[in-house]
Design a protein around this ligand. Sequence first.
Ligand SMILES: CCCCCCCCCCCCCCCCCCCC(=O)SCCNC(=O)CCNC(=O)[C@H](O)C(C)(C)COP(=O)(O)OP(=O)(O)OC[C@H]1O[C@@H](n2cnc3c(N)ncnc32)[C@H](O)[C@@H]1OP(=O)(O)O
Ligand SMILES: NC(=O)C1=CN([C@@H]2O[C@H](COP(=O)(O)OP(=O)(O)OC[C@H]3O[C@@H](n4cnc5c(N)ncnc54)[C@H](OP(=O)(O)O)[C@@H]3O)[C@@H](O)[C@H]2O)C=CC1
Length: 478
Amino acid sequence: MSMISAFYGSKSILITGATGFLGKVLMEKLFRTSPDLKVIYILVRPKAGQTPQQRVLQILNSKLFEKVKEVCPNVHKKIRAIYADLDQNDLAISKEDMQELLSYTNIIFHCAATVRFDDHLRHAMQLNVSATQQLLLMANQMTKLEAFVHISTAYANCNLKYIDEVIYSCPVEPKKIMDSMEWLDDSIIEDITPKLIGDRPNTYIYTKALAEMVVQKESGNLNMAIIRPSIVGATWQEPFPGWIDNINGPTGLIIAAGKGFLRALRATPMAVADLVPVDIVVNLTLAVGWYTAVQRPKSTLIYHCTSGNINPCNWGKMGHKHLMCIVPTSYLVGVTGPWMTKLMNRLLRTLSMLEYFINRSWDWSTYNTEMLMFELSPEDQKLFNFDVRHLNWMEYIENYVLGIKMYLLKEDMAKIPEAKQHFKKLRNIHYLFNTALFLIVWRLLIARSQIARNVWFFIVSFCYKFLSYFRASSTLNA
Ligand SMILES: CCCCCCCCCCCCCCCCCCCC(=O)SCCNC(=O)CCNC(=O)[C@H](O)C(C)(C)COP(=O)(O)OP(=O)(O)OC[C@H]1O[C@@H](n2cnc3c(N)ncnc32)[C@H](O)[C@@H]1OP(=O)(O)O
Ligand SMILES: NC(=O)C1=CN([C@@H]2O[C@H](COP(=O)(O)OP(=O)(O)OC[C@H]3O[C@@H](n4cnc5c(N)ncnc54)[C@H](OP(=O)(O)O)[C@@H]3O)[C@@H](O)[C@H]2O)C=CC1
């Protein structure tokens, strides 16, 4: 019997960010492995004209939850969508809902965040720092709380080369910055942002680092843990390989390259592509929740969820494999117009944000994560596997690309052979076009420049001499 499944089997669990990429996979795994759990409370805001309840229904009716419905047919009765907006100071939770949460919650998984790199500092502070503080305040009043797991990022301290499983301080206290956000106007905040974020690359990374400081300061007597995943990618194995539903991180670039918008990328091929499949992150998160509640470590433990130090893949390998198997169903080079310009500008903006991460490598220690692996029973090591040693990158990336086509772009997979043929045709046109272009440019150059004519004459006479020599020696041999 799995100890982790049994543990969650009797719990009331609160998840923030459950409508997001990581949150959905977390919820799926919880229901699939502990179908008897009491309830999962999720904090949801209305979005795109949908109420929180409608959003939950949409998630439950998605492909991701197909397996859950088999093992937990009454899953819809076990999710309680609580109206909340983390942009509001009090999270906008009603009194009644708050009372229920304070009375019954056993475990908290805090995944919600703004992951936009260039978010305005005011918004990133509110969502990533103040909302975390607010949630900690709530947690401190929860009578049955056993563990609080906060999801951070491995890049929170990417201003360092070697990163340990400890909390590093930022020069200015989070409280001071939160207070200043109350009275500074937007333009002044924009002016001081570069100074505040210092050698961190963007407001997202900076506010995630501040959130960790808040966790350290305000966790009181809570059993607290922090998980720091690196770049979270499509599922490796569960519930099926290659599942992905958003365009963050490498996904958007993979699509852009596959569709022919992105022909080259300024990356350091040998730099480590520190990807972790989302199911690995979820398994570690659930194992950490269990361990934190049961073992109650004396201090907040930080767990790095990374792959580079254990089973490294690099951007060169990823790009190579990617280009071999993603096949464009449309090829838009040469198409112009405002729509194309907008798209290209957006792509260039995205690239400029991501380049920081694809030209550097980091070294994350993983002592706590490895320690936890040994604390798991053999059954849990399998059911909640977070060991990336056996991950075959080439196979993973191929499934990732196919998953993008299938689950995100919802393309017809039966058309892959046809698309491959199309890709070959386009590649030949590309070579032909380049050759023709080269010949035209060369012809123009010869007509206008003496140096080009001399080079041309040299090449032609060299070829002529080489051919004459070759012909003469073959006549002699005969
Ligand atoms: C040629 C060889 C190719 C080989 C391929 C190899 C690929 C290598 C890629 C390497 C990538 C490396 C990535 C490293 C990242 C490390 C980061 C650390 C990890 C983390 O901790 S956090 C998670 C990462 N966060 C992100 O990825 C967010 C990044 N995005 C942004 O910050 C902004 O979106 C961006 C890029 C600044 C663009 O902003 P903007 O121009 O304002 O555009 P919008 O945001 O408005 O969005 C445009 C359009 O897209 C839709 N969109 C946006 N986000 C999503 C989403 N997550 N899911 C679905 N759709 C999304 C948005 O709705 C807009 O659509 P419209 O229809 O409304 O126009
Ligand atoms: N993806 C990655 O590569 C990595 C992610 N992480 C961390 O993992 C966590 C989850 O990230 P991921 O799932 O990728 O992010 P997503 O953007 O997919 O999900 C973010 C979640 O936060 C919720 N949220 C945002 N704003 C609000 C708000 N005002 N009120 C209520 N909820 C809100 C979103 O809800 P809604 O659906 O309403 O927008 C969504 O559920 C984050 O903490 C992130 O920092 C760490 C490392 C890498």
